[in-house]
Design a protein around this ligand. Structure first.
Ligand SMILES: Nc1ncnc2c1ncn2[C@@H]1O[C@H](COP(=O)(O)OP(=O)(O)OP(=O)(O)O)[C@@H](O)[C@H]1O
Length: 797
């Protein structure tokens, strides 16, 4: 985009701030309010905050949260022409960023929150007792649950697991003694993986060992038959399950497990199957493929089919594959003894057992149950819950771990980026306080952009051999996904490693990045999409930040469940926009209230000291610098980084969505492809692309939750600022741009590329797609469907 005529809401110059800010347009009341807030910010420094007073709880209609007061658009700011890129102001930012010389609209014209912050936060009397921790050894141990002494001892001595968790206590005896199907449902981090693995391993081991642990005459080995298949939705999860299983099988080294998950040649997978395997861990697509094409894969001896994260597999569109797999396994005649004449019945289940497993239960699990389960027992962590649900015949309510501390930050769109940096900076302010944090973002483009923005561009020269976290990052696979972080480091904690992960990365890159994050000895941040929300088990994760809220409540439960695992403490922070989004916390599961936090306090804390601005920009910090001016300087710095270098062409601004769905939904429905390749400034281009994808992704919150995530309430101009953009990029796509909240009789609104929202005509489209021509509406519906399935994030073979 050419810079000529580009408007920005910063004024760089020597004149005092006061005289520079004028507000035009809109209602006089709004102008006066904005003027006062700027004046107050100038006079009071750190203590200055925009005037805020939200309605108290009484004012707030809980059924439909109050709309946020809409401020008018750019008219409220004084606009100045930006100098051409390369001009003195952009070339010499340090000069431009001297204290008192910046006029930023960061703190003006922001909508006020509806949440009342007047109430002092209720202090918890004592920390909540962990709900997903192992039980006390007196209450239960693995041997008394029915596991062999050998296996129980191995767990205690080699895996340091002396007592089971509640779900393990309820599942292990059931799966050892009964042959009925089971539906395991327990909160995140409660040990469901071992709950189903241990009884399977115990019973397969029993083919070779007597009850007293002595060896039987006939010992099974890797060629004795495939006894169990475990299906999981992602390659990462499959590998993780395989790692746990391999550790368990060290006490029975004659048994073999393997994975078939794609990402490597089918030939080598076939070769492994041919060598013999007793437990197979697979993604549905790949297994269905092998069942069709790999003759050596004999499922006649299979006694268990485990569907881990079953609801996610359904959501990702694997229903057909699962039907095929279940059908093929059931159709194959059950072999009572294997080829070597070892009698399987009596020791292994006498029928094929299906185990379905998840922390949450979306409606589609019911359908999955219909496909795969017969008279299943519903096993939960608490017996009473199990009985009650069995009687009532309804779903168990999914919950967050009780020890998990949840909070929300109500942040106006314009301040999101600087607040994220401030939060991360204060999180890692002290060495050793937080080791790992995960930041969830709605789409891969936005993950890419934030990673590029926050990584230390200066520190990308080859790392020194003694820097432990970079051991993994030295690998070529992680060159573009692991980097030292800038901005969030501090003198006390100078090394923080930034990681990014999403489904569009090649499989070796995904695996190495995850490995690097998990094994990183220094503090680490993972910026990721929902690809990391399910099943990922990195015990040292202390903090989960939902920078973009999840598309549905169950996804939120899985995201926050990456911390506070197996009884450990953890924190989760949710970013929300002022207005209707604030009501979202009322539908989230939490054992203690989700504490709302003021963004000002986050900024104040995080920007109490100077931000380590990398690259060529250096601030001339003075003692007078306040957190507000630091926030403004930081925002300005980001915006200047985007503008540095030759400007990109405007061709991409006219980009329309060209996503082509395919059968497996592997492409990215909300990702648009530029018609013309932008010439330069990759960061600016990445910001625009991220913004577009973010807005499209926003439109895909599940229907029931769109009263909280109403795209018509989104101020595109303000949101653009959170991507360091001074203008709202075009090309968001007719469908999304014209979408409106579907309330009966409500007029549709139209989101213009300028960021303004204008009223449009009514339409009667069922899917909430706005007034677009029939073809476009159909395309949009298709796209929405695909996005709902969210399969784009997973490259599953
Ligand atoms: N009995 C136990 N004692 C100690 N730690 C355990 C025990 N069982 C499991 N764990 C640990 O608890 C953590 C979580 O286990 P797991 O990944 O199986 O949880 P999950 O219930 O499947 O969670 P999610 O729903 O998020 O996938 C793992 O790090 C595992 O090693």
């Amino acid at each position: 985009m050419a810079d000529d005529g580009m408007l920005l809401n910063f004024e760089l110059g020597d004149a005092p701030l006061k005289s520079q800010v004028k507000f035009k347009g809109g209602r006089w009341r709004d102008r006066l309010k904005a003027q006062r807030s700027v004046k107050q910010a100038q006079q009071n420094g750190p203590s200055s905050t925009p005037p805020r007073r939200g309605p108290t709880a009484g004012d707030h209609d809980s059924s439909r949260p109050a709309k946020r007061p809409r401020t008018d658009d750019g008219d409220h700011y004084k606009h100045a022409k930006i100098p051409k890129t390369g001009d003195a102001a952009t070339k010499a930012p340090s000069h431009a960023m001297k204290t008192g010389q910046i006029s930023s609209s960061l703190f003006t014209s922001n909508p006020a929150p509806v949440t009342s912050f007047d109430q002092p936060p209720v202090e918890e009397a004592e920390p909540a007792k962990p709900s997903n921790a192992p039980l006390s050894e007196e209450a239960a141990n693995f041997h008394t649950l029915g596991l062999s002494r050998r296996l129980a001892q191995h767990l205690a001595t080699k895996l340091e697991m002396k007592a089971p968790t509640a779900i393990q206590k309820n599942t292990v005896p059931q799966l050892i003694t009964e042959d009925s199907d089971a539906f395991l449902q327990a909160e995140t981090g409660s040990g469901k993986t071992l709950a189903y693995l241990l009884p399977i391993v115990h019973r397969i081991m029993a083919l070779s060992l007597n009850e007293d642990g002595t060896a039987k005459d006939t010992k099974v080995h890797r060629n004795s038959g495939l006894f169990a298949i475990i299906l999981a939705p992602t390659r990462e999860l499959c590998k993780q399950i395989a790692v746990v299983l391999e550790k368990v099988l060290r006490c029975a080294p004659w048994l073999v497990c393997t994975t078939v998950i794609g990402g490597e040649s089918k030939k080598s997978e076939k070769a492994r199957i041919r060598k013999g395997v007793n437990i197979l861990i697979a993604t549905p697509g790949r297994l269905a493929d092998h069942l069709d094409n790999t003759k050596v894969l004999n499922v006649g001896t299979v006694r268990w089919l485990v569907l881990d994260e079953g609801d996610r597999m359904m959501e990702m569109g694997f229903e057909e594959d699962i039907r095929t797999i279940v059908g093929k396994i059931r159709a194959d005649k059950l072999q009572r003894q294997n080829a070597e004449g070892v009698l399987l019945d009596g020791i292994l289940p006498s029928r094929r057992v299906t185990v379905l497993c998840s922390a949450t239960m979306k409606m589609n699990v019911q359908r999955l149950g219909e496909i795969s389960l017969e008279d299943a027992v519903h096993i939960t962590a608490s017996k009473s819950e199990m009985d009650k649900d069995a009687e009532a015949g309804h779903e168990a309510v999914f919950a967050a771990p009780s020890q998990l501390k949840q909070s929300s930050i109500i942040v106006p769109a314009k301040l999101r980026l600087v607040t994220l940096v401030a939060l991360l900076k204060s999180t890692f302010a002290r060495r050793g306080s937080v080791m790992k944090a995960i930041v969830f973002i709605s789409c891969a483009d936005s993950v890419d952009f934030h990673f590029e923005l926050l990584k230390d561009t200066k520190a990308l020269e080859p790392p020194t051999p003694d820097s432990s976290p970079t051991k993994a990052s030295r690998k070529p696979e992680t060159e573009s996904t692991v980097a030292p972080a800038a901005y969030i480091t501090s003198p006390a904690n100078p090394k923080v490693m930034l990681h990014k992960l999403h489904g569009s990365l090649a499989q070796p890159v995904r695996s190495s990045t995850l490995n690097s994050f998990a094994s990183c000895k220094d503090p680490a941040v993972l910026i990721t999409t929902d690809i990391s929300s399910r099943g990922l088990d990195v015990p040292a994760v202390d903090l989960v930040i939902e920078y973009d809220p999840a598309f549905a409540v169950p996804d939120h439960v899985h995201r926050i469940g990456r911390t506070a695992r197996a009884g450990r403490p953890g924190k989760a922070v949710l970013f929300l926009l002022p207005g209707c989004e604030e009501g979202y916390t009322s539908i989230l599961p939490a054992s203690t209230p989700i504490t709302p936090q003021l963004y000002e306090s986050i900024l104040q804390k995080g920007l109490a000291t100077a931000v380590n601005l990398p690259s060529t920009h250096t601030t001339s910090e003075t003692e007078k610098q306040t957190w507000t001016s630091r926030a403004e300087a930081l925002q300005l710095h980001f915006e200047q980084r985007l503008l540095a270098g030759p400007a990109a062409t405007s061709a991409d601004d006219d980009t329309e969505d060209t996503a082509k769905p395919n059968a497996k939904g592997k492409d990215k429905p909300w990702k648009s492809k530029p018609k013309a390749k932008p010439k330069d400034n990759p960061l600016l281009d990445a910001a625009r692309q991220a913004f577009r994808s973010h807005i499209r992704a926003y439109a895909t919150h599940v229907r029931e939750e769109r009263i909280y995530f109403d795209i018509t309430q989104l101020h595109l101009g303000h949101m653009a600022k959170a991507f360091g953009l001074r203008e709202t990029p075009g090309g968001i796509g007719g469908g999304v741009a014209r979408r409106a909240h579907k309330a009966p009789g409500e007029k549709k609104t139209k989101v213009l590329s300028s960021g303004k929202v204008s009223r449009a005509h009514d339409d009667d489209d069922d899917d909430g797609v706005g007034a677009v021509d029939g073809d476009a509406a159909r395309r949009m519906r298709e796209k929405m469907k695909m996005v709902m399935n969210a399969s784009s994030e997973f490259n599953i073979g």
